[in-house]
Design a protein around this ligand. Structure first.
Ligand code: CTP
Length: 432
């Protein structure tokens, strides 16, 4: 069954802490992570020593897009955007909106029930105030043992949700109760925990400490001192992105060719006119950027030799403008960005939107491409609403139906957060 991927999914943008303990059912964890992420969740993983006997942390690191915590007091297990002070059980515990233990072995249930924090999974679970979901998996005899029954009862009494186990073939080859619940049931429990009546949505401060550069508006390329080549971009999408990042406590540099928005705390505005000025302004702040959102409609051509004086109507013969390509701001940003900096491009298309966007995604080397239709009824250009598709390099395409640009901005920023920092090879890949 294909999972829903619209942002109505209660998992979209939510912070899910997945604890893995050491049973053979751990082999199902890679698929679980993939499905959580496909639904838009941010996933961080801890692995007990037993889990590491079944699965390599690097596998779950690759799938979750973040370092995996494998030991208590392990600085390497902290995602870089969280405080790196070697206390991953505390930082991850404070980060999570929901935590789940999959699979939960008999010994992990005992640790959780008694509060024994002697390794990373139980230590983090104890430090984490978020709702707890456990999905036990073990041999039937262990599941029925009074010790396990008591442990599960005390976890339930403290509010933990217990999903499964179900009856089926076990590691011993026997048919019995003790098989990990189907992933659909585990995902349904996570959605319930995060849905209405569940914990509060993500706080507004998840971009605290980020510097985000946003480009906005349509550049203007001079023909003479009073005339220019321009486009219909209003700058509204860029402003919406800037506002969303400010709401989430980023420092924002808005490089805009449209009129500036009113001043706001945390917002720095660099007013530009041409593509060349936009590039110079972006370059001046790129070094400290954690993310660049390129919503500007940058002119593709400029007049080769703008007239220093206003061209006169009666000029004979009528002037013919020679155009030359402008700088590609986005290409320069992709090539010059600092390590970890994510770059989001926009593709304004009038026809065959997705085909053009797919090619642009590959050509531009961006981490996310936002494709939108800019002709006909409901064009995003100049309007207050947009219907866009978010395209990722892994082939994911997420259509967002028509909605206010503020809601589009929120989905884009959620996708940026979910993507995690760009890999170290990102810049060099773009230069190849
Ligand atoms: N862009 C840019 N500099 C340019 C042209 C475009 O930085 N000179 C950026 C835009 O800000 C946008 C992305 O590139 O994020 C795609 O812009 P778009 O105009 O859709 O693509 P082009 O590369 O210009 O391709 P085409 O005009 O052929 O569709």
């Amino acid at each position: 069954m294909e999972l829903p991927t619209t942002d109505a999914d209660p998992l979209a943008g939510r912070r899910v802490l997945l604890h893995v303990s050491g049973g053979i059912a751990a082999v199902k964890v890679p698929e679980l992570i993939t499905r959580l992420r496909r639904a838009g969740a941010l996933v961080r993983v801890t692995m007990s020593p037993g889990a590491q006997a079944f699965l390599r942390p690097v596998t779950l690191q690759a799938l979750s897009g973040a370092p995996v915590a494998t030991r208590l007091l392990d600085p390497g297990g902290e995602p870089p955007e969280l405080a790196a002070h070697g206390m991953s059980h505390l930082t991850l515990g404070a980060w999570a909106e929901v935590q789940l233990v999959v699979p939960a072995t008999a010994s992990m249930l005992a640790r959780l029930a008694t509060g024994l924090a002697d390794e990373i999974v139980s230590g983090t679970a104890l430090a984490c105030p978020a709702p707890l979901i456990v999905a036990p998996a073990m041999e039937g005899a262990m599941w029925r043992h009074p010790a396990t029954v008591d442990n599960v009862a005390s976890l339930r009494a403290r509010g933990a949700q217990v999903v499964g186990p179900v009856r089926g073939r076990l590691a011993s080859g026997r048919e019995d109760s003790g098989r990990l619940a189907p992933l659909e049931e585990i995902l349904a429990a996570v959605r319930r925990a995060l849905g209405p009546g569940g914990p509060a949505p993500a706080p507004d401060g998840d971009l605290a400490g980020w510097v985000v550069v946003v480009t906005a508006g349509g550049t203007r390329e001079p023909i003479d001192p009073v005339r220019y080549l321009g486009n219909r971009s209003s700058g509204k999408m860029g402003w919406a992105l800037a506002a969303e990042c400010l709401r989430r406590q980023a420092q924002v540099v808005l490089v805009t060719a449209a009129p500036p928005p009113p001043p706001r705390a945390g917002l720095r505005v660099l007013q530009v006119e041409t593509a060349a000025e936009m590039l110079a302004a972006v370059r001046s702040v790129l070094g400290g950027a954690r993310c660049v959102l390129m919503a500007a409609a940058v002119a593709d051509y400029r007049v080769a030799a703008p007239s220093p004086h206003k061209r006169k109507r009666e000029a004979e013969p009528a002037p013919v403008l020679t155009l030359v390509p402008t700088v590609d701001v986005l290409a320069a940003v992709v090539a010059e960005r600092p390590p970890g900096c994510l770059v989001v491009g926009f593709a304004a298309e009038t026809e065959a939107v997705l085909e053009h966007a797919r090619r642009k995604l590959a050509r531009k080397g961006v981490d996310l491409l936002v494709a939108n239709q800019v002709s006909g009824e409901g064009s995003a250009m100049g309007g207050d609403q947009a219907a866009v598709t978010l395209l990722s390099p892994d082939g994911t395409e997420r259509p967002l139906d028509r909605r206010p640009k503020a809601a589009v901005a929120r989905a884009i920023v959620d996708a940026v957060v979910a993507a995690g920092p760009a890999g170290p090879a990102a810049g060099s890949r773009a230069r190849e």
